[in-house]
Design a protein around this ligand. Sequence first.
Ligand SMILES: Nc1ncnc2c1ncn2[C@@H]1O[C@H](COP(=O)(O)OP(=O)(O)OP(=O)(O)O)[C@@H](O)[C@H]1O
Ligand SMILES: Nc1ccn([C@@H]2O[C@H](COP(=O)(O)O)[C@@H](O)[C@H]2O)c(=O)n1
Ligand SMILES: [Mg+2]
Length: 218
Amino acid sequence: SLLDQAANGFKNWKAFSTEILKPAGGGISPKERTPYITFVLGGPGSGKGTQCARIVETFGFTHLSAGDLLRKEISSNSENGSTILNTIKEGKIVPSEVTVKLIKRAIESCENYKFLIDGFPRSEENRKTYERVIGTGPDVVLFFDCPEEEMVKRVLSRNEGRVDDNIDTVKERLKVFTTLNLPVINYYTGKGKLYKINAVGTEEEIFEQVLPVFASWR
Ligand SMILES: Nc1ncnc2c1ncn2[C@@H]1O[C@H](COP(=O)(O)OP(=O)(O)OP(=O)(O)O)[C@@H](O)[C@H]1O
Ligand SMILES: Nc1ccn([C@@H]2O[C@H](COP(=O)(O)O)[C@@H](O)[C@H]2O)c(=O)n1
Ligand SMILES: [Mg+2]
């Protein structure tokens, strides 16, 4: 029944929609709308976070960076903290169940319904776990396409004190990107959901390419 689906959390949220949750006034609050999910992909330093900040400012999306959620988990001394820290230091991928749980929690606790999920899915396993747990895929996928040389230059001059912004970890992150993330990009290309953005140029030039993807949200 619809009530069962609702109890099941947002696994079936696209299905139960707003029908059983209309407030007394008859209006639809943002939380009750069908979530609109954008996955934001690209290699390390390709500019995902930078462009997400602009999309948030211009179109009112909520930015959820998978990397930030994992880093918060480390600093909150959770039981998984030390495993996550070691995985990030090595430039490897944290188990999908952990990351998807954090994303799910962040979406559920947010009043907004428009989300940018940055740096996720990083692997086919990430993707399949999300689809199994959440029950649907994304509406749109952005891919910031950047040459390795440029990504390395940006990461090494980022200066935010990240434990993984060093040449050895960056090399591993690039390897992980090629072997695990490119198959995800190919998958969404096949689904007709992928928007490939040339990530070389000024921030403004890159954002000009992003704008048409969100034109209907103006
Ligand atoms: N178009 C650009 N040209 C030059 N530098 C840029 C550009 N866009 C972002 N940067 C800079 O490059 C660095 C990496 O950008 P950003 O943090 O947005 O990348 P990211 O894709 O989120 O990386 P990561 O996957 O490592 O989190 C930052 O210092 C940012 O200021
Ligand atoms: N889906 C993800 C996303 C990130 N990680 C780990 O976090 C590191 C930093 O991610 P950024 O997006 O902030 O660059 C990344 O290198 C991974 O170690 C992950 O495991 N799974
Ligand atoms: Mg980032």
